[in-house]
Write a protein that binds this ligand. Structure first.
Ligand code: AMP
Length: 368
């Protein structure tokens, strides 16, 4: 295990495995380009080690150059790709092999393809040492792939976590064993949002409220917001497909988090199963599901009171509130059995002083 900045990383690929993949790519390219002199264009900074080793394994004539783009900040792809160092002028008529350390979503790749489409090169191909097929959503097929990897955050062999780790000969992955992921469970008005606000500070967790994310999207008139609006206005659940995708995006956006509080998710068995599978694919898991329990009549009163202050239309109309309870009883309540079956269900009395309830929840979390 190694530590870079605030995070622990554990071994993922050995030096031998990496070198074998580098050699494989070098020989594949050599086979295709033995009768000409290809120009390797490394993508800085991450690909510098790969370019260097690739060239050492390359048996024929070749040239090298570099470009620099940027899309990573911290642990997540920001989606903004800038050109920091452009292709040099004299590449006309050349066969260019773009050398990437890693391809995940494909946003950087798209920018690269764009960069080279505007030039008079003879042709260009893409070689990437690491490739994440699960998250790649570009159109361009990658010509040479070293190793396909799952969607883990990795460092080493040129790849960094906030600039550290590039000098490692091996590749390491983020270690999640200290992570706490909680599901806050309970009917509308049970106090999930309020308590999540305290717990996220106390335990340094990222709070994801699917209701908040929907409302944010509605307010900003996004496609997702338009899609969700009628369901939410009626107090119905938004379809699983939409909600699951949204939740996954929120987790992906926060891969540096020390843990998550899922508030308002899952609300159906399909969502719970999707969450388990998704977290497992990232070496993560739900550690506990904590239910805040309270009586329907108290909840109705609380929601109507909240509706006056917040202006939320689904909190102002008792029939909509009752409909949300019906949705809960039919679709969400069965999750109690689901999590009990996994030994992860904990119930907490949700009536009382706010700080008192935080104490009850903390007791469960501290016992994990
Ligand atoms: P909340 O703020 O958690 O009470 O959520 C408000 C509304 O957003 C709900 O009544 C649903 O229409 C929608 N919503 C929030 N989370 C989910 C979910 N996990 N699945 C389906 N719909 C959801």
């Amino acid at each position: 295990m190694i530590k870079l900045h605030d995070k622990q990383f554990k071994p993922f690929l050995s030096e031998g495995e990496i070198q074998e993949a580098v050699k494989k790519i070098a020989l594949q390219i050599a086979e295709d380009y033995k009768n000409e002199t290809p120009l390797f264009v490394g993508v800085l900074n991450g690909a510098f080690m790969f370019v260097s080793d690739l060239m050492k394994h390359y048996p024929y004539d070749c040239e090298v150059s570099f470009v620099k783009l940027s899309s990573y900040q911290g642990l997540t792809s920001t989606g903004i790709v800038e050109t920091l160092l452009d292709v040099s002028e004299d590449i006309e008529g050349k066969s260019v092999i773009i050398i990437e350390d890693i391809i995940d979503t494909g946003r950087t790749l798209q920018q690269l393809v764009h960069l080279f489409s505007d030039t008079n090169v003879k042709e260009f191909k893409i070689a990437s040492l690491f490739y994440k097929p699960d998250v790649y959503n570009g159109e361009y097929a990658i010509d040479y792939v070293g190793i396909e990897i799952p969607n883990k955050f990795i460092v080493g062999y040129g790849l960094d976590y906030n600039e550290l780790g590039r000098n490692l000969k091996e590749v390491y992955q983020l270690n999640h064993t200290n992570m706490i992921n909680l599901v806050l469970f309970g009917k509308p008005g049970a106090g999930k949002g309020t308590q999540a606000g305290f717990l996220k500070e106390k335990y340094n967790l990222k709070h994801i409220s699917t209701g908040d994310v929907f409302r944010y999207n509605i307010k900003n008139g996004t496609e997702l917001g338009k899609l969700a609006k009628s369901f939410i206005d009626n107090g119905d659940l938004v379809p699983d497909e939409v909600t699951i995708k949204m939740l996954q995006d929120e987790v992906e956006k926060n891969s540096e988090a020390a843990g998550f509080i899922f508030d308002g998710f899952p609300r159906t068995t399909a969502q719970a199963e999707a969450l388990d599978n998704f977290l497992e694919s990232k070496d993560m898991q739900v550690n506990a599901t904590i239910a805040l329990e309270a009586d329907d009549e108290i909840l109705v009163a609380r929601l109507l009171e909240r509706g006056k202050a917040s202006g939320r239309s689904d909190d102002q109309d008792e029939s909509k509130i009752r409909n949300r309870f019906d949705e809960y009883n039919q679709k969400t309540a069965p999750l109690k059995n689901y999590y009990e079956g996994q030994g992860k269900f904990h119930a907490v009395n949700g009536i009382g002083d706010i700080t008192e309830i935080t104490e009850r929840l903390s007791k469960v979390i501290d016992s994990l």
